[in-house]
Design a protein. Structure first.
Length: 184
């Protein structure tokens, strides 16, 4: 009867766990290392069946670019894992990367918007429409717009009353800014 050291026994156990570990699980543990951090954020290995790896990508452009690189990736994965990988299929199907840290949706308050006109937004009770006809509604709307734009600075291009935030951001009113950007 021969006695083995603890190191020998631990070595045998470690080798057995590597042998028993599924190839796909080993691939998942080293995916980011093999493909790189940038590619790993846009890809997600899905399955490994019959020596073909299926990978979901965040966009068709990523799928196409990685398809051109698949031979290089196959060599790197086979070298790292010795799994006998034959091919990799990239597709946007089943892309659904769970977000580890979901980004909060940025919301802008009303007073931070460039078109905000301040306290003039408060409509007085006497300006609410009392009549049912279209002419009365239009007159009410015209008075409201005039009240809102009474003390606003003018756009340098069209001389229309413009909220200060728009002039600060674009140096012109939003309509003139849209016209300028459509010409570019």
């Amino acid at each position: 009867m021969s006695f083995k050291s603890v190191n020998d026994i631990l070595g045998v156990l470690a080798a057995q766990t590597e042998w028993q570990e599924q190839p796909f699980q080993r691939l998942l543990t080293c995916w980011a290392e093999v493909v790189g951090a940038a590619v790993a954020t846009h890809t997600q290995p899905l399955s490994l069946q019959r020596d073909v790896l299926r990978v979901a990508t965040s966009s068709a452009a990523w799928a196409q670019n990685l398809t051109f690189e698949r031979q290089r990736l196959i060599l790197k994965l086979n070298e790292k894992l010795s799994i006998g990988l034959r091919d990799i299929h990239f597709s946007t199907a089943q892309w659904g990367r769970p977000q580890n840290n979901p980004k909060e949706q940025q919301t802008i308050s009303l007073c931070e918007h460039p078109s905000y006109v301040g306290d003039a937004m408060n409509i007085r009770d006497d300006m609410t429409p009392k009549a049912e006809d279209a002419n009365a509604a239009f007159q009410n709307w015209a008075r409201t717009v005039q009240a809102r734009s009474h003390n606003l600075p003018l756009c340098p291009l069209c001389d229309c009353p413009t909220p200060p935030g728009e002039l600060q951001r674009w140096r012109v009113c939003s309509v003139c800014a849209a016209k300028q950007s459509s010409k570019s």
